[in-house]
Design a protein around this ligand. Sequence first.
Ligand SMILES: C[S@@+](CC[C@H](N)C(=O)[O-])C[C@H]1O[C@@H](n2cnc3c(N)ncnc32)[C@H](O)[C@@H]1O
Length: 392
Amino acid sequence: MALALGLGSIFNHSSHPNVTYSIDAEAECIRFTTSRNILEGDELCIFYSHNLWFEDNDVSNESFQNHETPISNDVASPDSTEDDGISTDLFPDDLLPFESFKYLRDDGEELSNGVVATVDAWVVDIPEPRETTTLLEFIRQTGLGMPDLQHLKRVRKTSLEEGGFKSTLLLSLEHPTVLPPNLPEPYISPVPTSPARNLEEVVLKSTIWPTVYQPRRVEKITWTYGRIRWIRAGIQRVVDEARRAKEMGEIPIASYVPDEWETVSGLAARDTRNSTNHPLRHSVMNLLRQVSNAQHSPPESSDNMTRNGQRYLLTSRTLFTTHEPCIMCSMALLHSRVKDVFYIYPMNQTGGCGGLSCVPGLDGVNHRFSIWKWTSPVDLKDALEVDPQLDA
Ligand SMILES: C[S@@+](CC[C@H](N)C(=O)[O-])C[C@H]1O[C@@H](n2cnc3c(N)ncnc32)[C@H](O)[C@@H]1O
């Protein structure tokens, strides 16, 4: 948890905020950033959450609606690219129409198989718990044990069988050079070598010695209204393609890679297993073949895909697909060095992007890509349902 101090606690809430914020755990601060041009007299507001504990009387709601139609839950049409002047405004995280599938475990490196790396440190029992504050002040003034032990709490309390607690003070790694007066002999006890990186580690490490929780800094992804509109267009495109595939007697699965992120052109492919009578003609495989053909044909006939680079076909590109790619297609995507994959339908029994397996999360693979699951309602979604045992 982070408690905003100073002016940080003064921001009122708006469902159309003009200020976004992110927590910088390392610097122990909250960074507030304006996300629109601010006119003189404008109130700066942040978005608290959807669960307000008060009645929202934010007056900017009304004027905002004249300015921009908030993104609705249905998929916008791909040609709704008119600029409303706010495409670079930040889209509120709580309203994102998709969610990230996280597959990289944030384990501390040295915590393998639940074994916590420890080092021996000097500790001393505190006979008189009332002295604890004075002892902590002594530690602070002498700097004893710093900086080696700053990832640990200085006092450990252990319950005694006969009731009550015993408090133990952490002194230093080396034999303490100075000692607070009137204490018994110090002794050696193991302590974790590093802070707890996740909640599991807090529990595990703190059974040895109370350990500070210091999550690794996660880079925050911000989404603009323009980017969200572009993603919606990508989703709409694969839905349309899959619907057409179905009309033509194919399995209703389609994929699409836009050219450049600002545009809606690019390459799309449908599943063609039925018409080709070929079991590997999945939409992603078809699409990758198209991309590769485009890159190897002469420039005048090739798509803008040639700009993409030489060998790594989808480097820094986003792929949209109706159904979570199967393991074969996920591996092909990994080879292609794709950056992001968005899909609508999870395929829990066959998928290679988090369903049955998570190919980019496997040990030893040489590329990782981000996986995004669409969570918002989609027109025609039901019409695109396939056998859950199918490899998409
Ligand atoms: C963190 S404080 C914000 C600063 C507060 N308005 C002040 O003057 O100290 C949060 C409180 O502000 C009020 N508040 C913030 N945004 C509001 C809004 N949109 N409508 C009504 N009350 C709001 C609520 O009473 C809420 O509990």
